[in-house]
Structure formats: C-alpha cells, structure tokens
Write a protein of this length. Structure first.
Length: 316
C-alpha cells in the first residue's frame, strides 16, 4: 500500500514496484541488526517442560527472559535447556519475567545458534516443527542485510527487500545507509494505559557509525528525504536528532506518538501492526490517526496480510 503524505489517497502495488515509487531525491536507511535464536525449550529438575525467550543480556551470561509455564519455578532452581545448557533461576520480576544466569557464558551464543529456535511471534505456531522447519525459520527470520547479532525479533519491514531490489536502488545512485537497533521487548509491548504518556518503553541498544551520521546530516542539507525502512530506524534517528551531542552508541526508550515533530525522517516503509501497539502510534504520528485507520480498514477489505510476515506500506 502506497500512501503519499501530501494527499489523502492510497494506492495498491506489488512490493517490487517500490523501485519506481521511490523518487531520486531520497536516502534509504536500513536496520542491520541480526536475530539471535533466543527461544529455548527447557526442563526443570522434576521433568516439567517449559519455554523461555531470552529478551535482554544484562551482563555476561545473565539474561532477562520471558518464561512460559513458569509459575512453579523457584529462585535458585537449576534449569536445563537442550543438550548442554544449564541456568540458575535468579529472580522473578513483577511483570513475570525472570533473570536467568547461564553456566559457561562464553559458550552461550554459540550454543544458542546450535540449539536455539528462531524467536518467532507467538501467533506463528511451531508446536510440532521438525529440524528442517527450525533451520528454515532461522534463515527466513532475517533480513538479507542482517549483520550485527543482538535482536530478539527481526526488523520486519526489511524482510521485503531482496539483494536484487537493493542492487537496483543502488544502480539509481540512491544512497543506502545502515544503523543498528537490537529489537527487544520494548518494540512489541502493547500500551495498556488510557493515557499513552504513562506508557514506559523498554531500553533498546542502538549503534550508528560516525560516517553514516555525518552523511545523513549532509543528505538533509542537500534536500534529500530520509526514508526509514522500519520503525526501529525511525527510533534511532529521532533519538539522535534530539541529543545536543549525538551519542553514536547507546540505548533508547523513545516513544513516538501523535503529535510528534519528526526531525530526521520524511518517509517510512513499515508493516501493518497490532492494535494498541507503540508501532501503530508511531506510524499515525507520520500520516495522521484517522487516515491510518482508514487505510487499515481498506487493507482488511483488500485481504492484506498483517504482522511480521505480512504486507507493508510505503509512506512518502
């Protein structure tokens, strides 16, 4: 779905039509984070099974985790994952998450790559998946430009881009830049309060190369429009734009909701998002709430696919 920001129209295309929908006077910015297979099947000492999603590394070997069927787990208990992983349940937080401390933390990431599952969203069922499906999920739940490991979810707007599409955009001499935001819980936590100002985002780590930031500022001066591929890119750039001395490596908790004055981006490629999500509010900040809801209604009528492996929209 194509939404020109200067009008109230919307149009329907196949994704590769983006090659002619994107004008020459833009710079495209991608999020090159790479998803770690942080979903683990676990077993307690009494044989009871559970599922854990590692969401954030607090320090070497110590992770925050969302644990299903965890009500009877006790602090200090040893938990077993796969063939070799062991962790101690340290502490349960009020939101239900646990702090897990893994043995042999230096080997943890290598073990995750071998034994972990792709952290697919819960609405994608994999209850009876075989080894081939598990490996395929690990491959498919990544963008073609993923480089820096650390995300617990893919920046899904980027899943639409192929090597061929990126090469054709480069042949048009459209600058393509990369930033990193390791997608965490904060991106997907629903807003559960009536007043959005009371919602608190989780911290998510970002990085941007100094040369990339310098070029983006130059593109702005040249009159190029900055087009973000995904809401995660928006959050990095708008975080930096609000710092007196931009921190090129850090953590962001920025929550973008209407009304919001964008200082860096003038366009966005994004998927269709869940109700009550911070992502939906971010997109509404760019095109307006009523227009967005109208377009979503048209997308439902047109049988668009929503969410992580769904269709997308271009706002420019």
């Amino acid at each position: 779905m194509y939404l020109p920001l200067e009008s109230h129209d919307c149009y329907h295309y196949q994704f590769d039509d983006i090659l002619h929908l994107l004008p020459d006077d833009i710079a495209l910015v991608l999020n090159n984070t790479k998803v770690l297979p942080t979903k683990l099947l676990g077993k307690r000492e009494n044989g009871a099974v559970f599922e854990a999603l590692l969401t954030r590394e607090l320090e070497n070997g110590k992770w925050e985790a969302l644990v299903k069927k965890a009500k009877k787990i006790k602090s200090g208990e040893t938990l077993f994952f796969g063939k070799t992983l062991k962790a101690q349940a340290i502490e349960r937080h009020e939101d239900g998450s646990w702090i897990l401390s893994f043995e042999e933390p230096t080997q943890l990431r290598a073990t995750l790559k071998k034994e972990g599952h792709a952290p697919l969203p819960p609405y994608i069922s994999r209850k009876a998946s075989d080894e081939f499906t598990r490996l395929l999920d690990k491959e498919r739940y990544q963008t073609v430009y993923a480089k820096k490991e650390g995300a617990i979810a893919a920046p899904t707007a980027g899943l639409h881009f192929t090597i061929n599409i990126l090469a054709k955009l480069a042949n048009r001499e459209i600058p393509i830049e990369e930033v990193t935001l390791h997608v965490g819980r904060g991106t997907f936590e629903t807003v559960k309060v009536d007043d959005p100002r009371q919602h608190r985002m989780h911290r998510e780590h970002y990085e941007i190369d100094a040369d990339v930031w310098s070029r983006l500022k130059r593109y702005q001066k040249e009159g190029r429009r900055i087009i973000a591929v995904g809401t995660t890119v928006v959050r990095v750039l708008e975080t930096l734009a609000r710092q007196d001395e931009p921190k090129l490596t850090g953590a962001t908790q920025i929550f973008i909701y209407p009304p919001f004055q964008f200082k860096m981006i003038q366009g966005l490629v994004t998927n269709f998002h869940l109700p009550k999500s911070t992502l939906l509010m971010l997109v509404a900040s760019l095109c307006g709430r009523q227009r967005l809801l109208s377009c979503y209604q048209e997308a439902v009528g047109g049988k668009y696919r929503f969410f992580s492996y769904g269709d997308c929209m271009l706002l420019i």
